[in-house]
Design a protein around this ligand. Structure first.
Ligand code: SF4
Length: 318
């Protein structure tokens, strides 16, 4: 299967495009995960024609709201950046991007808590969003976005990569055109994935599909609404207990004898994972093995531990 396509701030991938002519490479992404993801660099400041090196720019709060300005010259770059961000966001979605990793604290790329300076005197507040990040997230709520700082936490990294992979599978499922049957099959296959990560997304998404088709909406529109709502539900870090519950449901689906030794071993392993004594990979490997020896591994089981986090080694640490 083709690798998921992830766009990223070019400086994180090692390009020397920062204001001072440096890069700030994020090696897990640029070196380790790059084997399992197709990476696409994007630099909004170079995109609007700023040179490297260049004078610093920042978010500034004035009478017209928050603007992107170059303090030394007083140039206001907001409109230029918004226009570029709109075009580029559409282009990235058109290319089939499955996720976006952005540089934290940047007035162009930062996703949250970016410094906003008062127009005159005073201390900056940490309540801004980079202009490119803001436009991309508004135009493409179906695509997961994260800052690189959060990817240092294995739980957040695993969850982001899982969301990327979920988007990728959805894109592949609909590449020959969406039909009601294809969307229902996709939802059916991902029920365990959703149960493992969110409280009630499975039920709400099922209702959303039914409501969309009852209203006579085109299948492509229902499918897009499905992914927007799914990513909204998935925008919360899942808890250990929820995963353990999903693994127990997966085990129950396998229709094994209650006293089967393999089954008891998996149950013990799930309990140990729930208590934090084992990483998630331990019960998942046993579940996978059990499913294999009982016949074939059902596709929905693979979605509990999707291949990208496993291959990047992230799952071994959560
Ligand atoms: S605009 Fe974004 S990609 Fe370009 S240097 Fe700044 S943080 Fe990096």
């Amino acid at each position: 299967m083709e690798k998921p396509l992830v766009a990223a701030s070019a400086c994180l991938l090692g390009s020397p495009v920062r204001y001072n002519g440096d890069a700030c490479e994020f090696r897990p992404l640029s070196r380790r995960w790059s084997e399992h993801l197709k990476l696409l660099p994007v630099c909004p400041e170079v995109g609007i024609g700023l040179g490297t090196p260049r004078p610093t720019i920042r978010l500034s709060r004035g009478p017209d709201g928050v603007r992107l300005v170059e303090p030394r010259s007083g140039n206001d770059l907001t409109d230029k950046m918004v226009a570029w961000a709109q075009r580029t966001s559409d282009d990235l979605a058109g290319l089939g991007v499955d996720g976006l990793v952005l540089k934290k604290d940047s007035p162009s790329c930062g996703v949250e808590r970016v410094k906003v300076h008062p127009a005159k005197e005073g201390r900056p507040t940490r309540d801004g969003v980079g202009v490119f990040a803001m436009v991309f997230m508004a135009l493409n709520p179906q695509i997961p976005v994260i800052e690189e700082g959060r990817l240092n936490d294995p739980n957040q990294a695993e969850h982001f990569l899982a969301r990327v992979h979920f988007h990728h599978r959805w894109k592949v499922a609909g590449q020959d055109g969406w039909t009601a049957q294809r969307l229902m099959n996709f939802h059916q296959e991902h029920k365990i994935f959703l149960v493992a990560r969110t409280a009630d997304a499975k039920r709400k998404l099922g209702r959303s599909i039914a409501a969309g088709f009852d209203a006579g909406l085109p299948a492509a529109e229902v499918a897009l609404t499905y992914m927007i709502e799914a990513q909204h539900h998935l925008n919360v870090l899942p808890r250990r207990g929820r995963f353990a519950h999903a693994m127990e449901r997966a085990l129950a689906r396998m229709d094994l004898a209650l006293s089967s030794p393999g089954r008891e071993q998996v149950i013990r392993s799930i309990h140990a994972y729930r208590k934090g004594e084992l990483p998630r990979m331990a019960p998942l490997v046993l579940l996978d093995h059990l499913a294999g020896s009982a016949g074939s591994v059902p596709p929905w089981l693979g979605h509990l531990s999707n291949p990208v986090p496993a291959a990047t080694g992230v799952l071994a640490r959560v």
